[in-house]
Design a protein around this ligand. Sequence first.
Ligand code: FMN
Length: 420
Amino acid sequence: MKRLDDFRLRMGRHELVPIVIGGMGVDISSADLAVEAARLGGVGHISDAMVKTVTDRRYKTKFVKAKQAQFQYNVASQDKSAVKFNLEHLAEATRLHVEGTMARKTGSGLIFINCMEKLTMNGPKETLSVRMRTALDAGIDGITLAAGLHLGSLALVADHPRFRDAKLGIIVSSLRALQLFLKKNARLARLPDYVVVEGPLAGGHLGFGMDWAQYDLATIVAEIVGYLKQESLDIPVIPAGGIFTGSDAVRFLELGGAGVQVATRFTVTRECGLPDPIKQEYFKAGADDIEVNQISPTGYPMRMIRSSPGIGDGIRPNCEAYGYLLDANGKCDYITAYNREVAAHPDQKRVSVMDKTCLCTHMRNFDIWTCGDSASRLKETSVRRADGTYQLLTAQHVFQDYQFSTDGHVQLPEAEALPA
Ligand SMILES: Cc1cc2nc3c(=O)[nH]c(=O)nc-3n(C[C@H](O)[C@H](O)[C@H](O)COP(=O)(O)O)c2cc1C
């Protein structure tokens, strides 16, 4: 019986343990988690979602306050089109985040950054260009293009000195999305270094409609592996979504995958950026406590724990401070939904908005508990303490469980010593 450790993920001159910890926005896949993945010989991700908030927390910068102060005059206005990002601040925040992470990197693994196209930031092209260029300048090993088709993203950095040396990959959920990406980028004469194929059981946003349950990761992976073979394209394929044990992972490598991307099992590690009480919510969640809904203003379905405090909350849009989801015209579906509710309930002090959520504010406050379908099994991966809480795991424990386990087995951690 094979173990994941019997395989290696080859990317250029790198030979990696074939485990990629996926990007989890607003510092859930923290620098601590990414550094551990690299130390253990795999691939870790940081994310540049709400990077100003992340650096304000980690490096005591004041980027959010500065933006809020600059646009304070606009808070009561429904028109957010004037609320633009200061590109120098955006670059500085990205540089701090990436350099701070890369300075701590040890081991033979790699650290990538997850860049979501749906973070349109009231200026999609210029902000994405700054995000990608600065990450490359600051020494990131690679960029994973996420949450979008990214038809023009590679061209934004085609003249960067590291364009051909950094690892650049994309997340897709269908062969069609990959074909479009390859076609649009053909003139750059640069293939992606890897393709993450994310199926319908993943956490975060889904690249499917609300008919997601009709799709199956293994089928999509087989289709994409077959297509790349037929076209003689040598691009490592990395399946993701619902891969819970080392044996699940081995099955995907035997199907032609080069590695796997996993995330949900790492949400209950010490290194994960979620606050500890929320990690307990992830442990406790049962299958019925998890839903896929359409409250994300990005337009993509999103999977989350039903009791997430951000669901149904009617907070005033906070675009002056954040504004990451404002489209090219300064619009966001949450603003529309919020204004509709305020107009319908003029006497109410605080409205409730059920159909959309202010994702910036709520992800910043860890009030939307997004997770993969397999979160309902997290309780199987740890030990319950006498007080009913679950023992947190180390990233090393979870990583090595994927790497070495067989027969669908999940290794429990050693029970921690009780306080004297
Ligand atoms: C808490 C959480 C947050 C996530 N955030 C992002 C994100 O910001 N960007 C992204 O591309 N994928 C995101 N994902 C998806 C993961 O990177 C990964 O591809 C997927 O969840 C793998 O499936 P698994 O969780 O079943 O292992 C997130 C997943 C989780 C669990």
